[in-house]
Design a protein. Structure first.
Length: 217
């Protein structure tokens, strides 16, 4: 029975890794759609969001089943509670990639952001991708130090978010209100993607150390 229980826990861990890899790929494709008006990439992200949702439900169902059947204690219980929290953050990250893709699709065939903003969004996407990679790595092989690095990545994302507002609020902004609103929302999507990555990392730190840290939101 114990071997079966450990196998079930390992399956939950693998589902989380699959989710992390899925949301990372989704945001990469959503960014390509955003910056290059790639309709096919946007549609792929939107279609595959359901796959991430299915993985989330699978994690929830398996954890609830294990809680009911095994009545785990100590570290096993901590692992299952962590899995639920991490899965929720990953599911939200997938939703945010979906929002980026839908914005790109709505503006197609034109790029959703003007040329002046593309360097900022390229940098934001790079940070998001790096954070997504770290989450997948620490879920596959828990590492508190690597998980803690996500806070620094998030600081860099916040700095870019502030830079974006500096451009949008400048007196020489030439693109009108609608484009400014789109850019504001897109910046928020990337910023929140990073926040949820930090949250997931903090849950991994808790799993390893048993210590909690302040949430990014």
């Amino acid at each position: 029975m114990r071997e079966e229980f450990r196998a079930d826990l390992q399956l939950v861990s693998q589902l989380l890794v699959d989710m992390a890899e899925g949301v990372r790929a989704a945001m990469r494709q959503a960014t390509r759609a955003l910056l290059t008006a790639d309709r096919a990439a946007a549609e792929t992200v939107i279609e595959r969001d359901a796959e991430i949702d299915d993985l989330y439900r699978n994690v929830e169902e398996r954890v609830c089943d294990l809680l009911a059947r095994q009545a785990p204690v100590a570290s096993d219980l901590r692992m299952m509670i962590t899995a639920l929290h991490v899965a929720a953050d990953l599911e939200r990250m997938g939703d945010l990639a979906d929002h980026v893709a839908k914005t790109a699709l709505r503006r197609h065939p034109s790029p959703a952001v003007p040329a002046e903003l593309r360097p900022i969004f390229t940098d934001m996407a790079g940070i998001a991708d790096r954070m997504g990679a770290k989450i997948a790595t620490v879920l596959a092989k828990p590492d508190a130090d690597l998980a803690a690095e996500l806070d620094r990545d998030d600081d860099a994302m916040d700095d870019l978010h502030k830079s974006l507002f500096g451009v949008l609020l400048g007196d020489d902004w030439p693109y009108g209100v609608e484009t400014a609103i789109d850019a504001t929302l897109l910046g928020r999507f990337y910023e929140r993607f990073a926040d949820h990555a930090v949250n997931a990392g903090e849950h991994v730190v808790y799993l390893i150390t048993g210590e909690t840290t302040p949430s990014a939101g």
